[in-house]
Write a protein that binds this ligand. Structure first.
Ligand SMILES: [Zn+2]
Length: 272
């Protein structure tokens, strides 16, 4: 249940997008033939975890494992459950800007697989959002989703205060986020790449995100409340920013201490 409150999900690593990467080979645009996503995942499937091994991590990387960014499994025989693990804080891929996905890359098998993996990893966590760098891919792709089931685990007073409402799966490539008002809110948030901790972060209450969907079509998302927070958190990942870079430091705490009172001098939770 604790995981439900996280903004993001876990998984492994994937290949670096270096100049010699397959990603740099010009590719023709093809329409995605993928079937619509089905809801996860039996309980047992969600609980399964697979560890990325070092052999996988070194695939196609010419700069060595220290650089992070592997195309996990490209060209390898993988089972359906062989999903990437979530990259944790400290890996450079989480602290450096991601690059834009070129239009001609969107229809490629590689990018479509990355998106599929991201959705599966997010749901496996489970989490309500994930950015490609969190599975080791330095590309500007985010996925997010909040469900009645997840929300059902949260205290009612939190749901109301946070203006948290369910929304369907969103896949946004090359997102561009803009605030739509100066209103902001302070709430605790977490990150699957910073496992086991929470801190208060100030976020805009209303934002608009433009970008491309997984078929390369332009999309615009207007969001408020908790969905706006998720979007800001995920878009931050694409600039190499974690919530701990923006948090109110004196509110940082373990998940176990989440309910403890704020220290003297900390701002109050809620809308400002
Ligand atoms: Zn995160």
């Amino acid at each position: 249940m604790e995981r439900i409150h996280r903004l993001l999900p876990p998984a492994g690593k994937c290949p670096i997008l270096a100049g010699n990467s397959p990603f740099y080979t010009p590719i023709s645009i093809t329409r995605c033939q993928s079937k619509p996503f089905t809801k996860p995942a039996s309980k047992s499937a969600i609980e399964l975890r697979f560890i990325t091994n070092n052999r996988d991590r070194n695939l196609s990387s010419s700069t060595g494992p220290a650089r992070a960014g592997w195309f996990l499994g490209l060209g390898e025989k993988k089972t359906i459950m062989d999903l990437p693990e979530i990259v944790k804080a400290g890996d450079p891929v989480l602290h450096e800007p991601a690059r834009e996905v070129r239009p001609e890359e969107i229809g490629s098998d590689q990018v479509q697989k990355i998106i599929d993996d991201m959705v599966k990893v997010m749901r496996r966590a489970p989490g309500v959002g994930l950015a490609a760098p969190q599975i080791g891919i330095p590309l500007k792709i985010i996925v997010l989703e909040d469900t009645e089931e997840y929300i059902g685990y949260a205290p009612k007073e939190d749901i109301k205060a946070q203006d948290r409402r369910a929304f369907d799966l969103l896949v946004i490539i090359n997102p561009n986020l803009q605030k739509k008002s100066n209103k902001s809110a302070l709430f605790f948030e977490g990150c699957l790449s910073v496992d086991g901790y929470r801190a208060m972060v100030e976020r805009f209450l209303n934002v608009e995100v433009t970008g491309l969907d997984r078929y390369g079509q332009a999309i615009k998302v207007s969001a408020s409340g908790w969905q706006a927070r998720i979007l800001q958190h995920e878009c931050d990942h694409l600039t190499g920013t974690l919530y701990v870079d923006k948090m109110i430091k004196r509110t940082f705490r373990t998940v176990e201490n989440l309910q403890l009172p704020l220290a003297n001098g900390c701002p109050k939770l809620g809308i400002r």
